[in-house]
Design a protein around this ligand. Structure first.
Ligand SMILES: Nc1ncnc2c1ncn2[C@@H]1O[C@H](COP(=O)(O)OP(=O)(O)OP(=O)(O)O)[C@@H](O)[C@H]1O
Ligand SMILES: [Mg+2]
Length: 380
């Protein structure tokens, strides 16, 4: 009999045999039910134990699987990150290659154009200039001849005298030599410009050479001369040169001239943007300063040359100062600019000459670019 039922029967009735028969059979049925319950209970416990074991096993398997998947994901992520870095590097290299291509194209086409124009102008100008001496000589002789003829043969001949008056012969005799002189001054000036164009393009010289930086700046300024008088303002841009005592520099002269050209063009563009007022109109913000570009050169630590080009334009907002060296970055109207000037200049200074190109700008005050290049970048 089930121990729990035995205990209860003992407690309440003492002995099972003392109970009437039908009670005894009733209690036997209860006993069967108790035992049945115990069996069921044991079975449930067993199956519960089994299920939790299975659950544990399944859980362990799941955790193993998770670890494997996590490992694979980490592996893939590393691979992807690596691929991404490689892609970024490729993109940077591609951009560099693109800048390089555009630069070489821009450089060579500009250089060729300038050299071509210089060559084309050179011959006719030399022709004119070379003949001016003879012209001066012939005109002097002809004038002398006319004077003598006038004195000896034409005096008193009214027809000739009135013709001389009509054509203002006396004025022509005075003006003609002056015209020849002006033509001579003009051709000398054109020859100067042609020489600057030739110097600027350096087409006839080796790429890497010793140059006088000041000459390069002066030639560039000469080429830009027509732009130093902005159309929109009554001012002429003042160029303040503070050239220091610097040695000749070993460099890619043509490319460095391109840098001067790009920076000076930007400075002129910036100054054209400023709304200058005449001094008689003190209402304008800029009435007290006239547009100027200051060019300073100096020797640093005996092995670097620094060229600082500063304008007193509107300056560059801080937010975009970081972007100005990016290829294709421009704030100028579409079609007017390519946004390549500073990117090319940066590459020429930093990569070609292992120098530094920095921008220092204050809004409302102006912008200064500093080019620092080694005197001999080949030996660095
Ligand atoms: N001196 C300056 N003053 C004010 N802004 C400047 C100056 N120099 C450069 N910048 C800014 O930097 C930008 C980039 O100059 P960058 O010379 O590279 O291109 P760009 O002048 O716009 O075009 P381009 O390729 O024709 O030179 C300019 O659009 C301008 O916003
Ligand atoms: Mg520019």
């Amino acid at each position: 009999m089930h121990r729990l039922l035995q205990r209860q029967i003992k407690k309440h009735f003492g002995n099972l045999d003392s109970l009437p028969l039908e009670w005894q059979s009733f209690l036997t049925d209860i006993d069967t039910a108790y035992c049945q319950f115990d069996d069921d209970h044991r079975m449930i416990e067993r199956s519960l134990a089994l299920s939790s074991e299975e659950l544990l096993l399944a859980n362990n398997q799941l955790q193993d699987l998770l670890k494997t998947v996590e490992g694979q994901v980490a592996e893939r992520t590393t691979e992807l990150t690596k691929a991404n870095i490689e892609l970024e590097e490729t993109l940077i290299n591609l951009k560099k290659a693109q800048v390089h291509l555009i630069q070489s194209e821009k450089m060579s086409s500009l250089g060729q154009l300038v050299a071509g124009v210089a060559h084309e102008i050179n011959n006719p100008v030399n022709f004119i200039h070379g003949n001016l001496g003879y012209l001066q000589d012939y005109i002097a002789k002809i004038l002398n001849f006319i004077n003598l003829t006038q004195q000896n043969y034409l005096q008193g001949i009214s027809e000739m005298e009135s013709l001389a008056e009509e054509i203002e012969l006396e004025f022509i005799k005075q003006d003609l030599p002056q015209i020849i002189n002006s033509i001579e001054v003009g051709t000398i000036r054109i020859q100067g410009i042609v020489q600057s164009l030739k110097n600027f393009s350096h087409m006839d010289e080796a790429e890497f050479k010793q140059v006088d930086i000041h000459k390069g700046i002066d030639n560039t300024l000469m080429i830009l001369d027509h732009r130093l008088k902005p159309k929109s303002s009554p001012w002429r841009i003042q160029i303040i040169k503070q050239y220091g005592d610097i040695p000749f520099v070993n460099c890619y002269a043509r490319q460095l001239n391109q840098v001067f050209m790009n920076i000076l063009t930007n400075a002129i563009d910036a100054l054209e943007e400023v709304n200058y007022h005449s001094k008689s109109d003190p209402k304008g913000d800029n009435w007290d300063r006239s547009p100027s570009i200051q060019i300073q050169t100096k020797l640093i630590d005996d092995c670097f040359v620094e060229i600082a080009i500063a304008d007193n334009g509107n300056g560059i907002p801080e937010a975009i100062q970081q972007q100005i060296f990016d290829p294709f970055f421009t704030t100028k109207p579409v079609g007017k600019a390519t946004g390549m000037g500073m990117a090319i200049s940066y590459q020429i200074v930093t990569e070609k000459h292992r120098g530094k190109l920095t921008c220092h700008s204050t809004l409302g005050k102006g912008t200064e670019f500093r080019i620092r290049i080694p005197i001999n970048s080949e030996h660095i």
